[in-house]
Ligand binder design. Structure first.
Ligand code: HSE
Length: 440
């Protein structure tokens, strides 16, 4: 019997139609994706089982100079034509419109869509997932959360046999960079933001980053994947870093904490989850405290695997292109060999509750009158609401007053809010300087 000779990859592929790829948007990420699709064509073909043929690149302006790797003959301003004439459509326009209309048009043709658009998914995820399911199309979005860090794949596929209990992480590089610079150089928020904008690390309009909206969109996506529950961005409680002062950070550092903008999604009891984004104090011993600069890191806690940590570059052309291309290769492989990507999984349909129903610790910094009995009254407010104090530190004396920091044990959010409100009404408390959740 003659043994069957494996065909060389290129010969085998000659019998398979190429997978047609359309790209919407040719900015930093799109341009890098296009470069790598050309340079690594043979590798990608071997991995997916067919040649990947770039058939169109939709841009706003045909005259904008592009790199030598972008074939001008593929450029068009007709984004709809690109979206509806490909097997795989890569959406890298960003924003809601026209990205939403184009993604829906592509899905309606049965094309797989690969997107990095977290804002679109957070605002219109259910509509897009339903459209994909209706036409049997796939929707991939590894690049939408934490750039190169393969956390979407990890939650969607690697941990499919486990039960996730908590996801927490640094998912916005701009704010991590700003907080890190404030901590290490003692600079103000405004100074660091201005420098970050000059260096191109921060956007001219930094709202989405510094007010926590970008992190909230990612938190919603992580929560959906982790807990098999649809989570809209409006169900994520958000506070950003605009009001953080260098003094907050310095005093927290002296007490053994680093301030990080954390996205947290966690189970609350048997039937609910909470999803939130807030500047949070992380003990120096916690792995997230050593995430510096613009890096991202996500810790996933699950029943069987225990604690996992994912770390890497959350933004930038090449890192984001890596995530996009991993989706493209997987999508192309499905096109060639059959099968689908895992579908949206929302079967658990857990309630999404606010922070008042969750349990966490907090640190309150107050300026109080330096008089007998003041600390007893502050402690009494905590006791009255069933909140146990973990530590009290006297940080500084200011013109006859004292700055005191009280760290609680984990307590119900509603009780912590009640304590803070009561401290605000206590005559001996001159000012509440900051109220910050603390990660254990
Ligand atoms: N602006 C984001 C960040 C990257 O700073 O991490 C894109 O979501």
């Amino acid at each position: 019997m003659t043994p069957i000779q494996p065909m060389a990859g290129a010969q085998a592929r000659a019998a398979t139609a190429p997978v047609r790829i359309g790209v919407l948007g040719c900015g930093t990420v799109g341009s890098e994706v296009i470069r790598l699709l050309g340079e690594r064509a043979e590798d990608f073909a071997q991995r997916s089982g067919a040649d990947l043929e770039l058939t169109g690149i939709a841009v706003r302006d045909l005259e904008t100079p592009r790199g030598p790797h972008v074939d001008p003959a593929l450029l068009t301003t007709d984004a709809r034509a690109v979206a509806t004439n490909a097997d795989i459509v890569i959406e890298l326009i960003g924003g809601i419109s026209p990205a939403r209309e184009l993604v829906l048009a592509a899905l309606a043709t049965g094309a797989t869509v690969v997107t990095g658009n977290k804002a679109l998914l957070a605002a219109h995820g259910p509509e897009l997932f339903d459209a994909a399911a209706a036409s049997g199309a796939d929707l991939y979005y590894e690049a939408a959360v934490a750039g190169a860090v393969p956390v979407v794949y990890a939650l969607r596929e690697s941990l499919a046999g486990d039960t996730v209990t908590r996801v927490l992480g640094i998912v916005n590089g701009t704010t991590n960079y700003i907080l890190d610079e404030m901590a290490t150089k003692g600079l103000s928020f405004d100074t660091v933001l201005a420098t970050a904008q000059e260096l191109g690390f921060a956007e001219a309009d930094p709202t989405a980053d510094v007010d926590g909206h970008d992190a909230a969109a990612k938190a919603a996506l992580l929560a959906q994947l982790a807990f098999h529950t649809r989570v809209g961005i409006d169900q994520v409680s958000v506070s950003g870093i605009r009001n953080v002062t260098a003094e907050d950070i310095a005093q927290a550092e002296s007490a053994g904490y680093t301030l990080k903008l954390l996205a947290i999604a966690e189970r609350v009891g048997d039937d609910a989850i909470n999803v939130r984004v807030a500047p949070t104090l992380v003990p120096h011993t916690h792995p997230l405290s050593s995430v510096h600069g613009a890096f991202n890191a996500i810790v996933v806690e699950s029943e069987s695997a225990g604690r996992l940590m994912f770390y890497g570059q959350g933004a930038g052309g090449a890192p984001t292109a890596s995530a996009v291309l991993s989706d493209v290769v997987a999508a192309a492989s499905h096109k060639v060999r059959g099968g689908n990507a895992p579908r949206e999984s929302a079967y658990a349909a857990l309630r999404v509750v606010g922070p008042e129903e969750t349990t966490y610790a907090q640190r309150v910094r107050v300026r109080v009158a330096d008089e007998p009995g003041v600390l007893a009254r502050v402690a009494g407010s905590h006791a009255e609401h069933g909140v146990s104090i973990q530590s009290v530190g006297q940080l500084a004396d200011v013109e006859g007053d004292s700055v005191v920091a009280i760290v609680t044990h984990p307590s119900r959010g509603a009780a912590l809010t009640a304590v803070t409100e009561e401290l605000g009404n206590e005559p001996a408390v001159r000012e509440i300087l900051s109220v910050t959740p603390v990660e254990a």
